[in-house]
Design a protein around this ligand. Structure first.
Ligand SMILES: *Cc1c(COP(=O)(O)O)cnc(C)c1O
Length: 235
């Protein structure tokens, strides 16, 4: 078994154990492989194992990798990092998902700029559950309003909620923040919005996130190894 195969399989095993522990089917949890800073050959190796969903946190890096791997036509690229207005056009042409929408204006631009020959762009509303000033995301009380607005934009498909909790080993705090994200998700569902995705949990905390209802874990380090120190941004 290659290094990537071992690591990828270990993550899948963790997902399975966490799901069963929570009384859930492992099939209800999607693994998004976060390939930011990782080169295209490593993405190719993990794709060969059967992985199809990949996440990038920078628009330009994502677009570059998407072009380098254009022959892998079944890959879906997810943008999981902050999106500035001047990059929405490239993002709308590159990604299958944008999980970091936290302003209506960004959503409107993505809808207007989504190329007609592509399917609707899948969208998660990013929620700041920790309240940290350094974090992107709308406050929990504002999530439903943005989700409603995304749901009626013609070239977007609302999918759900994404969030990044505080970087802490305090399990009770993590749980509380994952619960805030789940409540936002449930609020959208109760309002009749067609949400199916609660994106939360990373290498260090995916087990807790799954116990709290995650349907998509975003995992980088545990699959690809440590990233170089000068590109760790996950705001
Ligand atoms: C980098 C990143 C991840 C993956 O983090 P790991 O700890 O490497 O698993 C997940 N989500 C977002 C938004 C990120 O930027």
């Amino acid at each position: 078994m290659s290094h990537y195969e071992k690591a990828w399989q270990a993550v899948r095993d963790r997902i399975e154990v966490a799901a069963r522990g929570a009384g859930r089917s492992p099939q209800t949890i999607e693994l998004l492989a976060v390939s930011k800073t990782i080169d295209a050959n490593a993405v190719r190796a993990v794709h060969a194992l059967g992985q199809r969903q990949f996440g990038e946190n920078q628009v330009q890096e994502g677009a570059r990798k998407c072009a380098q791997l254009a022959d892998l036509t079944d890959v879906q690229w997810h943008l999981i990092g902050p999106l500035q207005s001047n990059k929405t056009q490239l993002a709308a042409a590159t990604f299958a998902w944008v999980e970091s929408v936290d302003r209506l204006k960004t959503a409107e631009r993505l809808s207007a700029q989504r190329p007609m020959q592509l399917p609707r762009l899948n969208i998660c509303v990013q929620v700041n559950a920790s309240g940290e000033a350094s974090k992107s995301g709308v406050a929990p009380s504002g999530a439903l309003a943005i989700a409603r607005a995304v749901a009626v934009l013609p070239r977007l498909q609302l999918r759900g909620i994404m969030g990044i909790p505080e970087l802490t080993r305090d399990v009770a705090r993590l749980r509380a923040q994952f619960r805030v994200l789940r409540e936002c998700f449930e609020e959208c569902a109760a309002a009749g919005l067609p949400v199916d995705t609660l994106s939360m949990g990373m290498s260090a905390d995916l087990d807790i996130a799954i116990a709290e209802g995650s349907t998509q874990v975003r995992v980088g380090t545990a699959i690809f190894g440590q990233r170089s120190k000068n590109n760790q941004s996950n705001a």
